[in-house]
Write a protein that binds this ligand. Structure first.
Ligand code: BDR
Ligand code: CA
Length: 326
């Protein structure tokens, strides 16, 4: 049954008190927007970085740049520089070699706070009740934390991740974050933590259309200019890799994993058992979503987001950017 997510998680609108979140990311154009959303709408305990869209030194550099642009005092810890088992694969065709091509970025002015993201995640979960983990890159750091300290699974309020879906973008069935480290995704989907999945079905509803990019650019200051430039680049690469007219802008995937925690009422979801294909020849990295009605199916482990009110989501993102625009 389809559920509007204004459920027990929160009344409509932001939770009160604000959810405590660790954002685990691989910036990445849409990760950069996720950082803005997490900074504005959550009690952001930290940002951890992982290899994904670009090699770890770049994703970490980009997270530090975003911290400076927002002027926030949030620790940044780097983590895994490669998947658990496989060779690293990056996404320069979508994000450029730097992971954040398309804008003039200032050099970071603040140092990295640590280089052991898994340990930071473990310590932060142990010292906070009801924390949310929000991964928007490959799930390597989260899997390492769960492997090193399996008991933290019981203390985590939920993992709201961007990844997967009923179709892929790297392969027919493989979405980048899951496909890049399917063994890590398997650990996470099997951990017994409540999961929320912002897969491609929902993130392809949230596009950086020219009108939305113009609204960002109309905001004052460096942050808005940088983000507008990033979104122009991101939409251009989406245009290049898709059929003409298939998408009216880049799909701004990652902030939806944040908004699913802070503003669940703008989403609809279905509860499903989701498992990760780690061996398939054609389907490695597929999120196998059990849509059957047979009674013998396994119990759901995941709220699979199916729809988002994209205009409402953009208004929230625009408001978050405006908050830091000066
Ligand atoms: C995901 O892969 C990356 O390119 C994006 O940042 C997003 O997290 C979409 O498949
Ligand atoms: Ca990402």
């Amino acid at each position: 049954m389809l559920a509007v997510m204004s459920d027990a998680r929160s009344p409509s609108g932001p939770q009160s008190p604000r959810p405590v979140v660790v954002l685990d990311c691989d910036p990445g154009h849409d990760d950069a927007i996720a950082i803005v959303a997490a900074a504005h709408f959550t009690d952001l305990a930290g940002i951890t970085t992982v290899a994904g869209n670009a090699p770890l030194p770049r994703t970490t550099h980009n997270a530090l740049v975003m911290r400076d642009l927002l002027g926030i005092d949030v620790p940044v810890h780097s983590g895994a520089d490669r998947p658990l088992v496989r060779e690293p694969k990056f996404a320069p065709d979508v994000h450029g070699a730097s992971g954040l091509d398309g804008a003039d970025l200032p050099a970071p002015t603040t140092p990295l706070d640590g280089t052991d993201a898994a340990r930071f995640i473990i310590d932060t979960v142990r010292s906070n009740d009801g924390i949310w983990l929000v991964p928007t890159g490959p799930l390597t750091n989260i899997a390492l934390a769960l492997r090193l300290a399996p008991e933290i699974a019981d203390r985590i309020r939920g993992i709201s991740l961007m990844g997967g879906g009923s179709f892929g973008n790297r392969t027919v069935m493989g979405e980048f974050n899951i496909w890049a480290d399917p063994e890590a995704a398997h650990v996470v989907f099997d951990a017994g933590v409540p999961l929320t999945m912002a897969g491609l079905d929902v993130t392809h509803q949230f596009l950086a259309t020219p009108a939305r990019v113009d609204r960002v650019r109309a905001l004052p200051g460096q942050l808005a200019e940088v983000l507008a430039d990033l979104l122009v680049f991101f939409s251009a690469t989406y245009g290049e890799i898709h059929d003409d007219g298939a998408l009216s802008g880049g799909a701004v995937h990652d902030p939806l994993a944040v908004l699913a925690v802070t503003h669940p009422s703008i989403f609809e979801s279905v509860d499903r058992r989701v498992d990760i294909e780690t061996h398939g020849i054609l389907t490695r990295g597929m999120t196998v979503i059990d849509e059957r009605t047979v009674r013998a199916r396994a119990a759901p482990n995941c709220a699979v987001l199916t729809t988002v009110d994209a205009d409402a989501a953009f208004d929230l993102i625009h408001g978050a950017i405006a908050h830091y625009s000066r």
